[in-house]
Design a protein around this ligand. Structure first.
Ligand SMILES: Cc1cc2nc3c(=O)[nH]c(=O)nc-3n(C[C@H](O)[C@H](O)[C@H](O)COP(=O)(O)OP(=O)(O)OC[C@H]3O[C@@H](n4cnc5c(N)ncnc54)[C@H](O)[C@@H]3O)c2cc1C
Length: 292
């Protein structure tokens, strides 16, 4: 139920969720530790009508609200084909997310959303797809991977180029085999190996550099630290991937999630409303503008 709303009000609002600035309660049904300081929270709306009405596209995010702490934009990291079971993979960095880290199964959080643009799953059909992610940047790309696994015949060669600082920082490692079984090539690297690591060492752009692709039939989807995105764009452009085939998700600081407050403005764009997923040709003039 919406915070402070009557059941009928909540139901009415469920039909017109876009207009919402008030969050709805969702119960934590599961918590999965992914890495040091990062866990996935499985959430279920308390209101049954909202549960039925809710849906999201890969790449979208919710505003996660904790009374007394505030809100944080968090990507939806779960399967869009199961919208009643919402997954949020959260890194505990500040006010809201550290408070979330203290929650238990059965506790509730407020959710507003889904907001923002999505990965171009329709436009990418019939093409090779290169998914390139750094660290927790894999979270908003996981729904796209879920979608591709479900509709595998719709896409050509699919490759994940993923990196994290150390092997212990890699997310969703237990799912890699299932993705490989679905004919997704999974290439993983770490910045710093430990004694257990047998794989590649180096940053994600290095994987990209070594990767052979057919530029004109490839679509690149990428999320990660902005320095990584810059190199992914550089490598893609060096291989003649057209700007309108490169998609980036930008995770800059945001507040309202609705394009009102201007916190996440980048040139002519509000990242919360016109993004977070941008086609690179729309972003190109502003790409070098740093957040301050
Ligand atoms: C569209 C979008 C999707 C996101 N998805 C996820 C997700 O799936 N999982 C997740 O853990 N986080 C995600 N984030 C980042 C998350 O919203 C921020 O880290 C948020 O500030 C956390 O709130 P807080 O109150 O805990 O931290 P705060 O107290 O607000 O800030 C903590 C520290 O993080 C810095 N910071 C704030 N926002 C950002 C940012 N966007 N990028 C880098 N540093 C930042 C601040 O400057 C400060 O130093 C996403 C952000 C956006 C815009």
């Amino acid at each position: 139920m919406r915070v402070g709303a009557t059941p009928s009000g909540a139901r009415r609002a469920a039909v017109d969720r876009d207009a919402l600035l008030a969050p709805f309660w969702a119960e934590i049904t599961g918590i999965q530790r992914e890495a040091e300081g990062i866990s996935t929270y499985w959430l279920r709306f308390e209101d049954a009508a909202l549960r039925d009405a809710y849906g999201f596209a890969p790449g979208q995010f919710n505003m996660v609200y904790l009374p007394g702490y505030g809100e944080a934009a968090i990507s939806i990291s779960s399967d869009p084909a199961e919208p009643g079971r919402i997954g949020h993979t959260i890194r505990f960095v500040g006010n809201v997310t550290r408070a979330v880290s203290r929650l238990k199964v059965g506790d509730v959080v407020g959710l507003r959303g889904p907001f923002g643009t999505a990965w171009p799953m329709k436009e990418a059909k019939g093409n090779d797809v290169i998914i390139s992610a750094g660290g927790i940047g894999l979270a908003p790309l996981r729904p796209a991977i879920h979608h591709i696994v479900r509709c595998r015949a719709d896409y050509g060669k699919v490759t994940l180029l993923y990196g994290a600082r150390t092997p212990k920082d890699l997310l969703y490692t237990t799912e890699f085999d299932a993705w490989r079984k679905a004919d997704i090539q999974v290439n993983v690297t770490v910045d710093r190996a430990d004694e257990s690591w047998q794989g590649q060492v180096g940053v994600v752009p290095l994987l990209f550099y070594r990767f052979r692709m057919e530029a004109q039939r490839s679509v690149v989807l990428s999320c990660g630290p902005e320095i990584m995105l810059r190199f992914v764009v550089f490598e893609s452009r060096a291989r003649r991937v057209p700007s309108d085939r490169i998609y980036l998700s930008l995770e800059r600081n945001m507040k309202c999630g609705q394009g009102f407050c201007g916190h996440c403005q980048l040139g002519a764009h509000f990242i919360c409303k016109h993004g977070p997923v941008f086609r690179f040709d729309d972003l190109e003039p502003y790409f070098d503008v740093e957040e301050y």
